[in-house]
Structures are given as C-alpha cells and as structure tokens.
Design a binder for this molecule. Sequence first.
Ligand code: NDP
Length: 350
Amino acid sequence: RRVLLTGANGFIGQHILAFFLDAGHSVRSVVRSQAKADQLAKTFSEFASSSQLDFSIVPDMTSPGAFDQALESEPPFEWVVHTASPFNYSKVTSNHDFLDPAVKGTTEILQAIKRNAPSVKRLVLTSSMAAVIDFAAPKSTHPAKVYTEADWNPTSWETALVTENKNLAYQASKKYAEKAAWDFVAANPDGFDLAVINPPMVFGPLYDAAQFSSPAELNQSTSNIYNALLNPALSADSPMPPTGLHLYVDVRDVARAHLLAAATPAAGGKRFIACGGQLSFQRIANLLRASLPALSGRIPRGTPEEATMPEGSFEASSELARTVLGLDFRSAEDTIGDLATQLVDIESRG
Ligand code: NDP
C-alpha cells in the first residue's frame, strides 16, 4: 500500500516508519525540513535508495492547504498515519504552541485528504491516554478505576487556553485534536474512516540512537527518564522523584499498533488504548540499575522492594487492542533494558 506518515522523524514516528517499510509498504514521510528528511534517508538508506521511501517537506502544518502537495501521489495513497503533534515541553512557550499545531494540524490533514486524496481509505491518528484520563479525579479509589475507550479527559477548551499548567494544555491538545477527527468522519460518512491509537507514556529504545549528540536532543518521554533517574547530577541517595503518569507502553508495541490499525478492516471507527501496564519510577530505577550496574551510584535507590504502584492507582484496559488488533506487549525489562545503554552512549557524546 501507499502510505503518508506525518511526524516520521519523531521518536514514535521512526518506529512506525520501520514497521510499515518492513511490511513492504511504500511510505512518504512528512517532516518539517530538508535536514530532517536527509537524516531519515540516512537512517533508512536501504529503503530511500529504492522507491519505497520518499519525503515531503511541510514546514508549517497549521497553514491552510499545508498537506495538499504532500498528498499528491501516483500511485495514490490508501492510508494516512498522522503522528505529528507537539509534545516536547522544552520547545513550547505557550498553551497555543501545544493546542494550535495539534488541532489545526489534524484538521488540515483531514480536509486535505477529502480535497486531494479520495483514494485514502483510512486515517490512523496518534492520540494519547492524555485524551482519555481524568487527571483531576481522586487518585485512590477502591477498586481502582480502569480506563477504557469510553472515557474522555473532561478538560474544557476554555481552561486549556488559560491554564498555567502546561500538562493540562498538552492533554487538552490531544483531546481536541482527536475530537476534531471523530467529528470530521461523522460529518463525512462516505469518505475515509478513522482508527485512533491512545498510548500512555511511551518508553523504549530510540530507533537510531546515532542521530543524537546529547541528552538535550531526546524526545519528551525519554528525557523524563533520563532527567529524573539517570542524569549525572543524581546519586543513589537522591530522593525518588514522583512518578508522572504511571502507565506505559513500549515504543515498538505502539508503532506496531499503528500498522495493525491501518491493516485490520475491523479497526475502522475505533479508538484503541495501547497500554503495557503500570510502571513506577521506582521500578524504572530498579531496571536501569540492573542494566547499568556501573552507574548504580548515581541512579536514585529509593526503596527497591516497593516497585509496584500503590493499591488503587488507576489502570487502563487494552482488551480492545488485544482482541481487534491482536496486539501484545513487551515486558518493562525489555523496554527499559533496551533504552538504558543508548542513554549512556548518547551522554558520552554530549
Ligand atoms: P517527538 O517529539 O519525538 O515527535 C513529534 C513529531 O511531531 C516530530 O516529527 C515533530 O517534528 C512533529 N511536530 C511536533 N510539533 C510540531 C509542529 N508544531 N508542527 C509540525 N510538526 C510537529 O514525540 P513522540 O514521538 O513521542 O510523539 C509522537 C506522537 O505521539 C505525538 O502525537 C504525541 O502526542 C503522541 N504521544 C506520545 C507519547 C510519548 O510518551 N512519547 C505518549 C502518547 C502520545 P520536529 O522533529 O520537526 O519537531
């Protein structure tokens, strides 16, 4: 199949690209600059040198008609995978920096497919558990709340615009981008259909760690681990930082979910929670120490035997992804173990 992938150079985007290329699909990767296209062409050189991988540069996806040219293709596109959305807090200075690209980028791609690419059968959208969880709900309830695809984050647009809590602005950006996509397909029932992936924190190896020359270049979720648990200013006696969102998924599993969501006919019209389980910072620290014994002096020790989340901490059900997509999940040992040595290598270059 011919596939358009936005955000192809991102942490998750590169793994998605790899899954689609390895499955034999022909992918046009959308990135913001020629330098990013060149980097991807290097990483995926065997595919770039054949006709299986090509590029389109869209410097500003919020501009009207941003994706029109990218969607012109012969053979025509059948699937579009839209992952591009701001998540890196270090690159964002206002709530608008989260909200506008998330929502307008999504509405631009929806309208451009309708206008320019009637051949497209399915849009797969990368949303988030941020669009699902009610982060203001009481933390400890018995039995623990289990989030499903029926749940939506209740944050209002008005709050998202003015809140000083950047997390709330990001969470709302994902909610309103996803809502815009569902509203669009409801209003255009004869066009392409929609499948949505809702991951919690995405951890695991970088697809090509050689691209990074210092930890400052890491994506948001990977830098959360590095900054909180591995940076050189820490010691074993540093306090264990509070776990942010205590649900995770391996980046390879979430990437595979995108391929399955495109290729599985029954996935149309559904959102899929893709969650590997609960994962506390304490457990991540334990796993880092096991993978990097030479660095155990600087990884916060905390209380190693208390690695599970307190009873009552909310959970998420991936039952729909397991049954409809056939998705399964790697262990946290693999997820953190496969990242650990990459982080040390990157640090040694910085
Ligand atoms: P990255 O920051 O690594 O990738 C984000 C991608 O989106 C990059 O290609 C980036 O391009 C692009 N992008 C960001 N902001 C803009 C913008 N304003 N205009 C155009 N393109 C933009 O993050 P991830 O790979 O982690 O995130 C990918 C998707 O997954 C996002 O939709 C995110 O919300 C979602 N997600 C991520 C989770 C995680 O834990 N990592 C959890 C749940 C959902 P550029 O490189 O040019 O900045």
